[in-house]
Design a binder for this molecule. Structure first.
Ligand code: GLU
Length: 323
């Protein structure tokens, strides 16, 4: 068993300082005018590129929101982190690693080739093949998905029916991935029904503040710091954060880890969650994306905040006796 009494070291700065630093990050990057709004899901193309929200939620429940943090948007791939958590809770570490895996593919998130190259192994829950296999393993199907993600958010989440219909009408590639998994015996429910549940989970509406609370729940050993509900076990959070570290930011996951030093997950609608274990969750929202599909302002703001708040999990200093 992992020793869960040994949590990562350090603390967040005091609340006022956190506020000032988060406000400053918003002001610094609000004027950045790079990136393109995703349009491969038709309903996402109309997003306002000017929207920008930052939300920091500490494990003690203190939260600070700046900018467009009440604006609802579809969660998209960020849902993968939380559905994976539900499945880890049900099946446990060994079974999930056996059925899904947690290694990087080095290929785009919607790659069919990754499956062919790996004899049908879903490889990682943060790419579409692995996410579809994960969704197929949720005991209780769609109801369990929406209940579970709502518990992470601390309020009842609802589907954006327009985004769902738009993606359901165009998601041939995800259907093909699900069918290919079926041909290898690595999807555990009907492939088209699984794709439908996956498309619905991606269409759940969240705000930046919701994502901050959801991220903070993963930082808080699985307890929602606002509602105090235990959503998953602390051991599940370790599994989820490790998976995020391997593939949370598409093909830039290594660069993200090397510059920001925290597990995170992005989605094509422009959200990013970042988790500072034992400290808090950070959420950013800004629709224009870089070439890898990550929000430009979100990446810049998270990099700045990781440094300014002292969150990089790889940071260390010599023992005082060593000068
Ligand atoms: N629903 C989207 C898809 O599967 C999510 C993509 C993403 O956010 O990365 O294509």
């Amino acid at each position: 068993m992992t020793d869960l009494t040994a949590v990562s070291t350090g603390r967040l700065p005091d609340r006022d300082r956190v506020r000032r630093i988060v406000d400053d990050a918003h002001a610094r990057f609000a004027g950045v005018d790079e990136g393109r709004v995703a349009d491969y899901i038709p309903a996402l193309a109309s997003a306002d590129p000017g929207l920008f929200g930052l939300s920091m939620v500490a494990v003690d429940g203190a939260s600070h929101d700046v900018g467009d943090t009440d604006h609802p948007f579809s969660i998209q791939s960020i849902s993968k982190a939380f559905v994976y958590a539900l499945v880890c809770q049900d099946l446990g570490h060994d079974e999930v690693l056996r059925r899904i895996g947690v290694d990087g593919t080095g290929l785009p998130f919607d790659s069919v080739m990754a499956l062919e190259l790996n004899r049908g192994a879903p490889m990682n829950p943060m790419v579409n093949a692995g996410a579809l296999a994960t969704t197929s393993l949720v005991a209780g199907g769609w109801e369990a998905v929406v209940d579970g993600l709502s518990a992470f958010a601390g309020r009842r989440l609802e589907v954006d029916e327009g985004v769902y219909a738009s993606e359901a009408a165009t998601n041939r590639r995800n259907q093909a991935i699900a069918r290919l998994l079926q041909s290898y015996g690595t999807i555990y429910a009907d492939p088209l029904e699984t794709t439908d549940v996956y498309t619905r989970q991606c269409s759940l509406l969240v705000t930046t503040h919701d994502l901050g609370v959801m991220a903070a729940t993963l930082a808080d050993g699985g307890v929602n710091p606002i509602t105090h509900e235990r959503v998953v076990d602390a051991a599940v959070c370790l599994d989820v954060l490790a998976a995020l570290a391997t593939a949370g930011l598409y093909e830039q996951s290594g660069q993200w880890l090397a510059t920001i030093g925290l597990p995170g997950k992005s989605g094509v609608s422009g959200g990013i969650i970042t988790i500072a274990p034992g400290k808090g969750g950070l959420a950013t929202f800004s629709p224009p994306l870089d070439v890898a599909g990550n929000s430009v302002r979100g990446r810049l703001a998270t990099h700045h905040l990781s440094q300014a708040l002292g969150l990089n999990i790889f940071a260390s200093a010599p023992h005082p006796d060593h000068g």
